[in-house]
Design a protein around this ligand. Structure first.
Ligand code: NAP
Ligand code: GLV
Ligand code: GLV
Length: 325
């Protein structure tokens, strides 16, 4: 009998077709809407494997509802939507999609940095709203990117890929990470500094570390007060790393200059969120990895991880190492 897999979002048919020989596939058929919680809880009852999005919270309630579950394959590199320790206790393997999205997410991080520094969204609105009456010397002036100091907090795959781009812009590169990255320091001339020094010295502070409870609100009132008044904060990691209320106050009171946010504590962010009222905030709907090629590669890698783990048929990008795996 074929094993049953549940896929929590409609994925491209090229990806699904490859799984069809080996598995009984059940799939939430919407592309733009997340699976309702009650449907997820019902579907996992009989599933051997789940291919999930970062929009699904895979917690003890889901795990308790899924007695046959052996593998959870996340279509994302971040896996803070999954209670990994609970999965490990139950002997469930968790997999993710590192690497295939590194360059695409670094591109978006740099695009957001540039858009925020040079006020692109505001400037576009200015034109379309009919405010552009003449060219003028200080109109819509922003911050220079070339030659500025970038401080990257979380210097892993994506953080280092952002640093490579920064090098091309002749930026000074500082980084903070829990472990030193000596090779990367040499390759791109990056300098390690402690957390506070990175905050104090950087013109652009970029967050690229995974979310975990220990980094909840890592950037809050005190940290924002250490940053330059002219500094720009860029968050393409996870919303929970930044205290949004403190960020709002800091931006409103001009304690920092601007922020570019691809991620929010609650997604989708509420439309009446105070941060959305500020002209010096560029907001994106979590599109870091959203190129056509990369999203297909992520879906394919998530499918390969699930298949290879359930059939013990090849490499798996493992997040945990439960007994028996
Ligand atoms: P990665 O290669 O694992 O890099 C993460 C880095 O953060 C590692 O170097 C790690 O240090 C460091 N780190 C972890 N916890 C830390 C802590 N408490 N303090 C200081 N440093 C810490 O991961 P990645 O592939 O670059 O992805 C990074 C994150 O980006 C993901 O977890 C995800 O949340 C986010 N992301 C967002 C998007 C988007 O669409 N916006 C897309 C992709 C990824 P060690 O090297 O010492 O382990
Ligand atoms: C996206 O946010 C990811 O973690 O892949
Ligand atoms: C601006 O367009 C310039 O020519 O300086």
């Amino acid at each position: 009998m074929k094993k049953k897999i549940y896929i929590t979002r409609k994925l491209p048919s090229v990806v699904i077709e490859k799984l069809a020989n080996d598995f009984d596939i059940y799939m939430w058929q919407e592309e733009e809407q997340a699976v309702p919680r009650d449907v997820l809880l019902e579907q996992v009852k009989t599933a051997d494997g789940v291919l999930t999005m970062l929009t699904e919270t895979i917690d003890t309630e889901v795990l308790d509802a899924a007695p046959n579950l052996k593998v959870i394959s996340n279509m994302a590199v971040g896996y803070n939507n999954i209670e990994v320790d609970e999965a490990t206790k139950r002997g469930i393997l968790v997999a993710n999609t590192p690497g295939v999205l590194t360059e695409t997410t670094a591109d978006l991080t740099f695009a957001l940095l540039m858009a925020t520094a040079r006020r692109l969204v505001e400037a576009s609105g200015y034109l379309r709203e009919g405010k552009w009456e003449t060219w003028s010397p200080l109109q819509l002036t922003g911050m220079d990117i070339h030659g500025a100091t970038i401080g990257i907090i979380g210097f892993g795959r994506i953080g280092q890929a952002v640093a490579r781009r920064a090098k091309g812009f002749n930026m000074d590169i500082l980084y903070y990470n829990r472990s030193r990255k000596i090779e990367a320091e040499e390759e791109m001339g990056a300098t390690y500094a402690d957390f506070e020094t990175v905050l104090k010295k950087s013109d652009f502070v970029c967050l690229l570390l995974p979310y975990s409870p220990e980094v909840h609100h890592l950037i809050s009132k005190n940290e924002l007060s250490l940053m330059k008044k002219t500094a720009v904060l860029i968050n393409t990691a996870r919303g929970g790393i930044v205290d949004e209320e403190a960020l709002y106050q800091a931006l409103k009171n001009k304690e920092i200059w601007a922020a570019g946010l691809d991620v929010f504590e609650k997604e989708p962010v509420d439309l009446d969120h105070p941060l959305l009222t500020l002209p010096n905030v560029v907001t994106l709907p979590h599109i870091g990895s959203a190129s056509i090629a990369t999203r297909i590669n992520m879906a394919q890698l998530a499918a390969d991880n699930l298949r290879n783990a359930l059939l013990q048929a090849g490499p798996v990008m493992k997040v945990n190492k439960p007994d028996g795996w």
